[in-house]
Design a protein around this ligand. Structure first.
Ligand code: GL4
Length: 838
């Protein structure tokens, strides 16, 4: 009650017993040992690395909790506008190292752990990745959480606590990808706090009965109710006490089992509903850029948006404000269309539960939501069959029809008689079955819409949402170029480079890591020989670190005197790993045709691939198989192996990326122009001084603008040419042998069996011979020329290192701090709320 005195009891007793925020080593060893004894119930005499890691993690968590509590209290007292980032994916990776760095406790813990007879480096390796995402979209969400906390912004993430994250990738002896489950929670997860008391009931199925004429209230009853239980993950900011929250929902049966069935002797039936409830958050869907229309996926989406909205509304109501002020206190960012059901769900709450009228409710809704589109690939645009939606969410389907009718009336008014326009803009696509177009719904239900790089945002406005730009006006549409957190992607993954930067600029890293434009100061040192030598030596040691990792995990000895050329990303035809592997084969054939004396002049190169293929994506899996088998042949060829070798590293992950990226001399971002919305690993490589080989696509373009075109290796056709080329492939096909003899030669070698049974690869080879939708043939010669220019540039090592330094120095724009502040200012209207500063 309001009159009660807080804290209860003796305030000084509370205060003297409260844990402070500054820990010294004595505190650290004490707290680690305490966790060994009491949290883990173990002792010094039988403690392995895993146990020591868990105790260290729990100890670090205590530090975060102090800040977390303080932050939440501070936000509650200040009652600022808050933003919520709804994402079905958060690809967090490991937490311990990141937390130690953000809390500025790494050296203290290193010493403390040492005193206890363990090495921090070893303990860090014990942690499993939190891999609740597929690729770039999920990792972007993780970077944005880090930046929100680091910039003191009151932002929470909302997602799902999948029991199994992205599958583990195994490679069979034949080179096939095999999938195994990712039981990441098996060893307990010290980074999450179960909040059994924070839970909501979420309904599925049942009946919706309209209670009035027009667009008024309805009563949704029956069906199945599932419980959403909160798990909180603390997100520490960098060198600030602000510690934000990522709330992940777990599904649970509302009742443990059905007593009626149980009493009737039907034991299996008794737990059936509990099984189906738990299934909702059991597994992350492993598809990137494709939708499958699966019932369970739709249930995931609704379960998560309903629980998150209920939670957001409850927090808002605690402010005691009237509901029409909701948009002044809440902004909700929709990470792609996956959370679009939040739009009809908020309408349902406002109309059916808050009893607002339609127009008033719609006014609120369209001022709360913001929508980011992450791809223009047609196969990625979400559509849900109307019958499925009607079955699972009958009330939402009514609301979607209502939204659609009112919207299309407005379109008709603005563009009278334009039937085709109405058909294109409708939320419902005609057909068998009819489908709900989620991008259209997200677009009309949001205040603003953005793409993720300049080119992509332009493409969104001129292709998939063109009609909507014409209807709403262009000011509703914008761009926020993606960013990456320099904490993980420089300081954490490349500590030596980070140290060199701080000592050279004479700026503490806590400053430049939060103002990345400060890196510009490095440009002038590119002219200093001694600095260049140190820069190059760090790159070399990072290559050796990677080689050591590969040696210990896979048993291969990697040539660290070679140039390291890396392509790591999801396997997809549009990303064109095919172009890369065909280029490798081309290089191999050239080497074979040389004399030993000629070969000696060649720039030795090691090519690395890593990435997962969606389990049902046949061509992507076949590409992996080809890479693995080309590697087997090339790496075993005594004539060429010193000049060219190739590795496919299985089970790509955030933590593998942290070893690969700092070791790269060049990296490849070679999508067909206009297909890669942004890319974010391109930014990570360049921040670590790796040079970029790429097409004129996504964020590559803006990277070149920043670092200078002389420092990137561009090739290939431009976006406007793509449509014409595809048209020609369709209607005036030219055989590959004519269009590109060099490529034809490579394809013939594959078919001829140089890398094992050629027949196996026919379906892959045919994607190029027939149709060639991603224009491998058209870009092949230009790609080979670009790689030749890379070789030439690498010969002049001084110039190369200058390029590397200038690249890092000009990457300031690509900090996710810049991106998140852009969202805060231009979209959410949010202010930083620093903890402990007033
Ligand atoms: C993606 C884009 O493909 C990728 O270019 C972009 O960097 C990322 C984050 O905006 O989003 N879109 C989808 S779908 N998956 C992605 O990784």
């Amino acid at each position: 009650s309001g009159k009660e005195k807080w804290p209860r009891g003796d305030e000084t007793v509370w205060k003297t017993n409260m844990r402070g925020v500054d820990a010294d080593i004595g505190d650290i060893t004490k707290s680690v040992v305490n966790h060994v004894q009491t949290s883990l119930a173990r002792q010094a005499y039988n403690l392995d690395n895993l146990g020591a890691y868990q105790a260290a993690a729990l100890s670090v968590r205590d530090n975060m909790l102090v800040n977390w509590n303080e932050t939440q209290l501070h936000y509650t007292r200040k009652a600022p506008k808050r933003a919520y980032y709804l994402s079905l994916e958060f690809l967090m990776g490991r937490t311990l190292d990141n937390a130690l760095l953000n809390l500025d406790l790494k050296s203290q813990y290193k010493d403390g752990i040492n005193q206890l007879g363990f090495s921090l480096e070893d303990l860090l390796e014990e942690e499993r990745d939190a891999a609740l995402g597929n690729g770039g979209l999920g990792r972007l969400a993780a970077c944005y959480l880090d930046s929100s906390a680091s910039q003191d912004l009151p932002v929470w993430g909302y997602g799902l606590r999948y029991k199994y994250g992205i599958f583990q990738q195994l490679i069979s002896p034949e080179g096939n990808q095999l999938e195994a489950p990712d039981p990441w929670l098996d060893n307990q997860n010290p980074w999450e706090l179960p909040r059994i008391d924070v839970n909501y009931e979420v309904r599925f199925y049942g009946q919706s009965e309209r209670l009035s004429e027009g667009h008024g209230r309805a009563l949704w009853t029956g069906g199945q109710e599932v419980l959403a239980v909160a798990y909180d993950v603390m997100i520490p900011g960098c060198h600030t006490r602000n510690t934000n929250n990522l709330r992940l929902w777990e599904s649970k049966p509302k009742r443990g089992f059905d007593l009626n069935s149980f009493n009737a002797g039907n034991y299996e039936g008794a737990v059936e509903s509990s099984n189906s409830a738990a299934a909702i958050t059991s597994v992350l869907y492993p598809n990137d850029h494709t939708t499958f229309g699966k019932e369970l996926r739709l249930k995931q989406q609704y379960f998560w948006t309903a629980a998150s909205l209920a939670d957001i509304i409850r927090r808002f109501k605690n402010l005691g404000k009237s509901i029409n002020e909701f948009p002044d206190y809440v902004a909700i960012q929709l990470n792609d269309t996956h959370p679009t059901l939040a739009i009809p769900e908020l309408m349902r709450i406002l109309i059916d539960e808050e009893d607002l009228d339609w127009n008033f409710a719609w006014q609120i809704v369209t001022n709360v939501f913001f929508f980011t589109n992450h791809t223009v690939l047609p196969e990625a645009l979400e559509k849900w069959p109307v019958p499925l939606m009607e079955h699972i969410l009958p009330r939402h389907m009514q609301i979607i029809y209502d939204i659609n009718m009112i919207f299309l009336q407005a379109v008709e008014k603005k563009f009278p008689g334009d039937r085709e326009r109405l058909a294109r803009m409708s939320l419902i696509e005609e057909g068998f079955p009819k489908q709900v177009r989620m991008a259209n719904l997200a677009c009309i239900g949001s205040r603003r819409i953005n793409g993720v790089a300049e080119l992509h945002s332009q493409l969104v406005q001129t292709t998939i949402l063109k009609d909507f730009v014409e209807f709403f006006g262009v000011s509703k549409f914008g761009n926020v170029t993606n960013g990456i957190t320099p904490r993980r992607w420089l300081d954490q993954c490349n500590p030596e480079l980070s140290k060199l930067i701080s000592s050279t600029l004479k700026i503490d890293k806590s400053v430049w890591l939060k103002d990345l434009y400060k890196l510009k100061g490095l440009v002038k040192y590119a002219e200093e020989k001694g600095f260049r030598a140190e820069w190059a030596a760090i790159k070399q040691r990072n290559k050796e670190r990677l080689a050591h990792h590969i040696e210990t995990t896979l048993g291969f000895t990697v040539n660290t005197n070679a140039m390291f050329d890396v392509q790591i990303k999801r396997l997809h035809e549009y990303k064109r790993q095919t172009l890369n592997i065909l280029g490798v084969i081309h290089r191999y054939l050239e080497l074979k045709a040389m004399t030993p004396a000629q070969r000696k002049k060649v720039n030795p190169k090691v090519v690395f691939f890593a990435g997962k293929a969606a389990p049902a994506y046949y061509i992507a899996k076949l590409t992996i198989r080809l890479i693995v088998n080309v590697a087997r042949v090339i790496n075993a060829d005594p004539e060429t192996k010193d000049y060219l070798s190739l590795y496919f590293l299985p089970d790509y992950s955030v933590s593998l990326a942290e070893v690969l990226i700092p070791a790269s001399d060049i990296s490849q971002h070679i999508s067909t122009a206009g297909t890669e919305a942004s890319g974010t690993s391109n930014m990570k490589f360049c921040l670590n001084g790796g040079l970029l080989v790429g097409t004129v696509d996504g964020a590559n373009i803006e990277i070149a603008e920043e670092v200078g075109e002389e420092n990137v290796f561009f090739f290939g056709h431009l976006t406007p040419a793509v449509e014409d080329l595809r048209y020609q492939h369709m209607y005036h096909p030219v055989p590959v042998d004519e269009a590109c003899p060099a490529l034809a030669n490579v394809l013939n070698q594959i078919s001829g069996g140089l890398f094992g049974d050629g027949g196996v690869y026919e379906p892959l080879v045919n994607t190029i011979r027939q149709g060639d939708y991603y224009l491998v043939t058209d870009d092949f010669d230009s790609y080979i020329r670009a790689l030749a220019m890379v070789d030439e540039a690498y010969l002049d090592r001084d110039e190369w290192v200058k390029k590397s330094i200038c690249t890092t120095a000009n990457m300031g724009k690509f900090s996710s701090d810049r991106a998140i502040m852009d969202y805060a200012q231009e979209y959410w209207n949010l202010e930083p709320i620093p903890v402990g500063k007033d």
